[in-house]
Design a binder for this molecule. Structure first.
Ligand SMILES: Cc1ncc(COP(=O)(O)O)c(C=O)c1O
Length: 202
């Protein structure tokens, strides 16, 4: 018999967006807050030539780190820079975000967060006791990351980590590759870890 333990963490700040959405999205006639695309049905996928034959799929306990085939495919997707051993498959991006904050950040660490952004990481970092620096994007700059500020912050404060959302939710901005490379170059000098939530990639 399985068992689920629910840990109530009263320190977590209220995740206003998710709460607001959960209360309304199932009963809204017109949903304006959705950030994904209209879901496809299995029959439509089949029309597109995808094999959706599911009757022989075993409904057993899965691989804890993700199936070896999936982890290899993810590693290949990253152009061979990593191997399957580097890949951990999680249940949605929110679990990955949770694990990255709890494994990378300690109380008192200085951490940069992308703003505006999906606020899960922000809330987790607050609870973790991190010192947050908000890297605010602005509409005048077409929501580009504030590169000059970021580079200066990395050089002077040597943050433990930088959390980015790219493509960015809610602005829709996809950052230019040279901007990301500059941030990566500077971060590698200070040992700063860059975590990029790419849930909307592709
Ligand atoms: C940027 C971002 N990351 C993570 C999530 C949560 O993703 P998942 O449902 O895969 O856990 C969302 C959901 O809206 C999101 O916008």
């Amino acid at each position: 018999m399985g068992c689920i333990t629910v840990v109530l963490c009263s320190d977590l700040p209220r995740f206003c967006l998710e709460r607001w959405q959960s209360e309304r999205e199932t009963r809204a006639r017109i949903l304006l807050s959705e950030s994904g695309v209209e879901p496809l049905s299995l029959s439509l996928l089949e029309e597109f030539g995808v094999n959706v034959e599911l009757v022989s799929v075993e409904l057993g306990y899965g691989w804890t780190k993700g199936s070896p085939g999936l982890r290899s495919a993810i590693a290949e997707y990253h152009d061979g820079v990593i191997t399957r051993e580097h890949v951990l498959v999680t249940v949605g991006s929110s679990e990955a975000n949770f694990l990255s904050v709890t494994s990378i950040v300690k109380p008192g660490d200085t951490v940069v967060v992308d703003m505006p952004a999906y606020m899960q990481v922000h809330g987790l970092l607050e609870t973790r006791g991190a010192r947050l620096y908000m890297a605010w994007r602005s509409p005048e700059n077409e929501w580009e990351l504030p590169l000059a500020d970021l580079l200066e912050f990395i050089q002077t404060k040597k943050p433990r980590a930088i959390y980015l959302v790219n493509p960015n939710n809610p602005t829709g901005r996809i950052e230019r590759e040279n901007v990301l490379r500059e941030i990566a170059r500077e971060a590698s000098k200070t040992g700063t870890i860059i975590v990029v939530d790419e849930v909307y990639r592709g």
